[in-house]
Design a protein around this ligand. Structure first.
Ligand code: F6P
Length: 545
């Protein structure tokens, strides 16, 4: 199907000229013109409240967002995704992470087969296993209960589980030590196990493909480490389970496929923390809390699928990202959770957003002539305030920010929480309204110092608020960003669900490995820089020996 190129769409052109006029407006004026703006430009769904009033937009912008969505076919694509159509064109796959959190009675078909019963069968199997580990009924080879669980995986098979474990730590079984090994750097594995006893340690090897170099290397090292003490190969069955779509490779590794938790090719790696890839999360927080998280995901799915666009949180957030990226030249989005439990949320979002929308070719193979995915980054507040916020307030770049905060702390301690939250509101206020030279002068500041102490303001941000960090809210937050990413991808006309850009480096690394390891000097056929680096590395390795 040939699509109208984005820049030829009437709504895109209208947004372009509208952006030029909005570019001259200041948030101070927009707020002065409409005293109710801060109450009006908000939307609420499930347990999330979004204040988007501090953005460089007005009613006309929102109207044009709707017009662009209509022209770009956002609603049709959304239906196609939820309906199990193969919208991941380059891999000819359906995109059905929403089926992972569908209720038991739902019917969602891929190639004429209802996938929901399979989803729940795996969830039930995970729940039974998680319960056995948590209760101590699942013992290691020597009969000791499992005290340590290590997830081995990378990318989507790591970032989601790590993020969810950290986010929901408050709900976790504290007697269990949960660790995560992702990097092929041996230090990652060595540090993860250095104080652990193999007799009490369970490894979850998480890999959709079960061929990923880093994960398989770590899994083999784990096996050697475990058998170093356990001695007998049969011990593997008690200390290793797998999460994968590839039963053949799992069996080859020596893991009993009865202890394999499956998922399907219609679940992208970065969309899999609510599939069996979440096994470590379920062991940590229990099946009931895991199901609460799934219910949160599902609530946001339903909101995204049914709410009118003007009140649709993922739609609004997705369009705002398109707005700043494609019309204002913004290169990044800062995600700033004011909740320490969300400390890995920005890292998780980096894969979700950038592996999805970091593309320069449209679905019909043309090079885009507009910017696509911005760089997502961030750190928990208030730490970031004492590090990089200076640049957001007074630097030369436009950096839209997402602030995320909660009304209640899970650890109420004196007035910590009000202090924390006062900072969200203060930062969003300072970014939007700044401080004029007149205000600075009126404080008695010397003339020469005034430019340094002036804040231009007009720096946009969203504030997302929820009651408190719960499994449901985590599910909602993740689904919010998943669907926001989807909206962006549809507008930019890209395939948000493939990741060809990670392939070349993998292939080249495999070619280089023997060149680093060979006992005789290899004949190198790379460019002069790569050749010289490899030679230098080999020489340095000899020195060490
Ligand atoms: O290299 C990128 C990637 O394919 C991600 O998309 C994926 O999440 C990660 O590697 C891990 O893949 P797997 O789960 O197959 O080991």
């Amino acid at each position: 199907m040939t699509r109208t190129p984005l820049k030829e769409m009437a709504a895109w052109k209208a947004l372009e000229s509208h952006a030029a006029s909005m570019g001259t407006r200041h948030l101070r004026e927009l707020f002065a013109e409409d005293p109710k703006r801060g109450e009006r430009m908000t939307a609420e769904a499930c347990g999330l409240f979004l204040d988007y009033s501090k953005h460089r937009i007005d009613a006309e912008t929102l109207r044009l967002f709707g017009a662009l969505a209509a022209e770009a076919g956002v609603v049709e694509r959304r239906e196609a995704m939820f309906g199990g159509e193969k919208i991941n064109l380059t891999e000819n796959r359906a995109v059905l992470h929403t089926a992972l959190r569908a209720p038991r009675e739902a019917v969602i078909e891929v190639d004429g087969k209802n996938v929901v019963p399979d989803v729940h069968e795996v969830l039930d199997k995970m729940a039974a296993f998680a319960e056995r580990v948590r209760s101590g009924a699942w013992t290691g080879y020597t009969g000791k209960p499992i005290r340590n669980v290590i997830n081995i995986g990378i990318g989507g098979s790591d970032l989601g589980p790590v993020m969810a474990y950290e986010a929901l730590r408050h709900y976790s079984q504290r007697e269990l030590t949960m660790r995560f090994v992702s990097n092929v750097d041996g230090s990652d594995f060595a540090e993860a196990v250095h104080d652990l006893d193999p007799e009490e340690t369970l490894f979850i090897v998480s890999s959709k493909t079960f061929t990923t170099l880093e994960t398989m290397t770590n899994a083999h090292t784990a096996r050697v480490w475990a058998l170093g003490k356990l001695k007998h190969a049969e011990a593997v069955a008690k200390h290793f389970v797998a999460v994968s779509t590839n039963a053949k490779e799992v069996a080859k590794f020596g893991i009993d496929t009865a202890n394999m938790f499956g998922f399907w090719d219609w679940v992208g790696g970065r969309y899999s923390m609510d599939a069996a890839i979440g096994l470590s999360t379920m062991i940590a927080i229990g099946a009931e809390n895991f199901r609460r998280m799934l219910a949160g995901f599902h609530a946001m799915d339903e909101h995204f699928r049914t709410a009118p666009l003007e009140r649709n949180l993922p739609f609004l957030m997705g369009m705002l990202t398109v707005w700043y990226t494609s019309f204002f030249g913004a290169e990044t989005v800062a995600v700033l959770p004011y909740d320490n439990y969300l400390k890995r949320f920005p890292a998780y979002l980096q894969q979700l957003t950038m592996e999805s929308n970091g593309k320069h070719v449209t679905l019909d193979g043309r090079r885009v002539d507009y910017q696509t995915c911005p760089i997502f980054w961030g750190e928990p507040g208030t730490n970031g305030q004492h590090s990089f916020y200076q640049l957001i307030h007074q630097g030369t770049r436009l950096i839209p920010c997402d602030f995320i905060g909660f009304a209640h702390s899970l650890n109420p301690l004196g007035n910590h929480h009000d202090l924390l939250m006062s900072n969200i509101f203060a930062q969003a206020e300072a970014l939007a309204f700044g401080k004029t030279p007149e205000q600075v002068k009126a404080e008695g500041t010397a003339d020469w110092l005034v430019p340094h102490r002036t804040f231009e303001g007009n720096r946009p941000s969203s504030v997302i608020l929820a009651e408190k960090m719960t499994p449901e809210i985590l599910g909602q937050l993740v689904a919010l960003y998943e669907h926001s990413v989807f909206v962006q991808g549809v507008v930019w006309q890209i395939d948000s669900f493939d990741q060809w850009g990670v392939e070349l480096g993998k292939v080249l690394a495999v070619r280089i490995i023997p060149e680093l390891e060979s006992a005789v000097e290899p004949e190198l056929k790379h460019d002069s820089s790569t050749n010289a680096l490899i030679r230098r590395y080999r020489a340095m390795r000899r020195n060490e020996a």
